[in-house]
Design a protein around this ligand. Structure first.
Ligand code: PFF
Length: 454
């Protein structure tokens, strides 16, 4: 392909599946269920739906607009849209956030691979204490997690190096439907357990007494994370959209897919957990400690259904992680390729090597390097904090302000309506209102609240 001819997704389905692949990840299957568990079940879900509609989807459309308008990596797309002004900084921040996140996301994705292996080998069988120790010993090991991080980054590199259509689009078209089918199989198994309806009730019956400010903030943060907003991914993928892609329509479809997957993950975890009397609010350890126990108790150990369910579950988790990791990797690859004028393969390799180096430090910071702290945090926690709590809200906030208040509305409208060829002018006004007022205020609120300033 000549330098002038920019890569693009080949079909509408490719656009939806690749972008949904970025959105659907550990956040849906791991973070959403435990956030729901900790924040009162159904009430959290209702608030979450509002957050997706009022905040997540408008922010996603904004990134689509900037990415497709720029037809370039995130940094250049912001530079083009802002005419090279100070607002270009947001693009660079997005690229940096995407890069930093990819190294620690790769570490957790590597854990999922280990769990496929461990469940295949029948190693996740034993009493709860054994399973809990298994995770602690594994995550603190100096070699094993690094090996799996390397492996998942290698797989990501191979896909990204093959390009947008032959790599990202093809892999997404294969993995996303597989993931969905696996999820449905496990949901069916989980919902057929005795007492499963208690878990289903927990998920669907709202308990208004649980509503407080923190629940809103948790839902807001989760909607951002889950839709991969403010990390350059959505903007970069949008630069591969065609001029005919309906941006608002696509964002809505992706929002629905993302929500459905999260809900189905809840329908795996809660019915199974309630059927064996385990409390599903155990926080981040839910997926690596609580679930292996639950699967084993609910479906039986090795040589029974529990074995198959565990293997399938970790395969699906790894696929979800991989499609998200691809999008994170693509942010930096597109940046290097276009800004340094190098080839895609070289850029992808450079990103993979840098990620593995940072990933090694992140991984070791949970074990042998746990004594090494910056600002009182391990490297793993520091990355999580800097990206999730600082950069993510900042990039999201600035993107809304930039697009809502500084970019000429004609440009925004032309992208939104595909140069007036779509009949969605009214939706545009709603979108503009949300991006100008509702989104920035909500994001500012989360940002200040998390530092105890509100
Ligand atoms: N949206 C992904 C998830 O739910 O796991 C996580 C993620 C991927 C966040 C890519 C940000 C990102 F840029």
């Amino acid at each position: 392909m000549s330098k002038l001819e920019r890569a693009s997704f080949g079909s509408k389905l490719g656009v939806i599946l690749a972008t949904a692949g970025s959105a659907v990840g550990l956040g849906n299957i791991w973070r959403f269920p435990y956030m729901t568990g900790q924040n009162g079940g159904a009430v959290f879900i209702i608030i979450y739906i509002f957050c997706i509609l009022l905040l997540g989807i408008p922010c996603m459309i904004s990134e689509f607009i900037i990415g497709r308008h720029g037809q370039a990596n995130t940094a250049r797309a912001f530079r083009k849209m802002s005419g090279g002004s100070i607002w270009s900084v947001i693009g660079y921040m997005g690229v940096l956030t995407g890069f930093l996140i990819s190294s620690y996301y790769a570490v957790v994705s590597g854990w999922c691979l280990e769990y496929i292996w461990a469940s295949l080998m029948g190693k996740l069988q034993g009493d709860p204490e054994y399973i809990s120790n298994y995770f602690v010993t594994f995550s603190q090991d100096p070699v094993k997690p690094v090996f799996w991080t390397f492996l998942i980054l290698f797989a990501t590199y191979m896909i990204i190096a093959h390009g947008v259509r032959d790599g990202i689009e093809r892999a997404s078209k294969l993995m996303m439907p597989t993931l969905f089918i696996l999820l449905l199989i496990i949901v069916a198994a989980s919902c057929m357990l005795p007492d499963a309806q208690k878990g289903i009730e927990f998920l669907f019956k709202p308990d208004m007494s649980k509503v407080n400010g923190d629940v809103f903030l948790a839902a807001l943060g989760q909607s951002f994370y889950s839709l991969s907003i403010a990390m350059g991914c959505i903007c970069t993928y949008a630069s591969y959209f065609s001029k005919q892609t309906n941006l608002a329509g696509s964002a809505i479809q992706i929002g629905i897919i993302d929500f459905l997957v999260a809900l189905l993950a809840g329908l795996v975890i809660f019915p199974a957990a309630f059927s064996v009397g385990v409390n599903p609010d155990s926080g981040p350890s839910l997926i690596f400690i609580t679930l292996p126990n639950v699967f084993q108790q609910a479906f039986g150990g090795i040589s029974s259904l529990g074995y198959i369910i565990a293997v399938l579950f970790y395969i699906l988790l790894s696929m979800a992680a991989l499609t998200s990791l691809m999008s994170l990797h693509e942010v930096s690859t597109a940046f290097l390729e276009e800004e340094m004028g190098t080839t895609r393969k070289r850029a992808a390799l450079a990103v993979a090597v840098c990620c593995i180096i940072l990933g090694i430090f992140c991984s070791l910071s949970l074990g042998s390097l746990s004594g090494f702290r910056l600002f009182g945090m391990t490297l793993f926690d520091l990355f999580d904090f800097v990206t999730g709590q600082l950069f993510l809200p900042m990039v999201g906030f600035l993107t809304c302000i930039f697009l809502g208040w500084f970019v000429p509305h004609k440009i925004v409208r032309d992208e939104f309506t595909n140069m007036g060829t779509l009949d969605n002018g009214r939706l545009f006004h709603l979108y503009l209102f949300l991006v100008k007022y509702v989104c920035p205020i909500c994001i500012l609120f989360i940002f200040l609240h998390q530092f105890g300033l509100l």
